[in-house]
Design a protein around this ligand. Structure first.
Ligand SMILES: [Zn+2]
Length: 196
């Protein structure tokens, strides 16, 4: 049996974020493409090989591939897309705790939705971490359970860092973060193609 070769794109859609001198979407995407995704290539289990993995900023409507992910950047928590567009309600903790840098809505009609609260991230690194973190929730379909997931081979590393709770603020991703994300890439999910 042959392996399925996967090209993964993490689409980053600006849904009202503001660039600052110290924090821009292109800079965050560049970190994803230099620090994160070069480490997300290779075999996953016996059936899949991640052949390519990149982050790409997008506007308008995207045409995602079967194994892609989409994260929306909203200006702040009050501009959450499911709240403003889809009649959903955030938990009080998400609204008030400034350490919550994003949220992923699982089980929404029309597809799950991952978003990052741009004004809450303080640097390009935090932005990249938060985008990666929410994309992992989206692709794995796991809520808080993801934060304490254990990841074995091949690294058997020090545990999740960026993908742990409040991992958006942690500087360095771990091998386990990459292993978890690579496995999550192999899941096919319904992807949103534009801002709702
Ligand atoms: Zn999380």
């Amino acid at each position: 049996m042959s392996r399925t070769l996967i090209q993964h794109t993490l689409w980053v859609i600006d849904a009202g974020a503001r660039d600052f001198r110290y924090k821009t979407i292109p800079d965050a995407v560049r970190i994803l493409n230099t620090v994160f995704f070069p480490n997300c290539l290779g075999d996953v289990g016996t059936n899949f090989t991640i052949d390519a993995a990149i982050a790409q900023q997008a506007t308008g409507t995207i045409t995602p591939g079967a194994f892609d992910a989409v994260v929306f950047l909203v200006r702040d928590v009050t501009q959450s897309l499911p709240v403003t567009k889809l009649s959903q309600t955030l938990t009080p903790t998400t609204v008030t705790n400034s350490k919550v840098l994003g949220n992923t809505w699982l089980g929404l009609a029309g597809g799950d939705l991952a978003e990052v609260f741009w004004d809450r991230v303080y640097s390009n690194q935090e932005a990249a971490n938060s985008i990666f973190h929410e994309a992992a929730h989206l692709k794995s379909g796991q809520g808080d359970a993801m934060h304490t997931a254990t990841v074995g081979a091949p690294h058997g590393g020090p545990g999740l860092k960026v993908l742990a709770a409040q991992g958006g603020g942690v500087i360095n991703p771990s091998g386990d973060d990459f292993d978890f994300y690579m496995k999550a890439i192999t899941s096919r999910i319904t992807l949103r193609t534009k801002i709702p």
